[in-house]
Design a protein. Sequence first.
Length: 215
Amino acid sequence: MSEGILLEISENLQRGKAKVVKELIPQALEAGIDPETILNDGLLAGMNVIGAKFKEGTAYVPEVLVAARAMNQGAAMLKPYLEEAGVTSIGRACIGTVQGDLHDIGKNLVKMMLEGKGIEVIDLGTDVAPETFIQTAIEQDCQLICLSALLTTTMGVMADVVKKAEEAGIRDKVKIMIGGAPVDEAFCELIGADKYTPDAASCADAAKAFLTGNA
């Protein structure tokens, strides 16, 4: 019984059917399935399938967005039960598009994918100053800083963030991840960041690996 309903949650999430997902969660809870299992084997399992399809090019941004919306609504329903059970996220990341850049589609996609891996995300928005990333990482105890840029003119700001993290003495405590059209592996190495990923799904996989010690 429990496997059937968890599969239903996963499949409906993949189709972006938030309403059905929200109807199935109380049924799963009534059936005695613990909230963490619903989160992992229902919601996150579905999001992982969509993430893998997106990576392969068999699912596209609109599909990811509706699945993520279903995921977020389902997770919001489970939140009080998870808190009661003492279930915590696997880690915390702050994310933003760097100073001078107002593009946010890629950033938003990464945020959803990270949340789909059980990571708590503090979204700083767009046009974010290096100091803001560092201050947030310190105050909110983030293990990851995720930087996005779409304009070649704003790439240099990523280097500033790495430098500011060193100056603040937190460089050994946080992993700095970068992404966006103008950046690549070579640029990541050049500025001393920890990881470049070409897409949102890869970023979420790498972030989870960092936080669970499997990187």
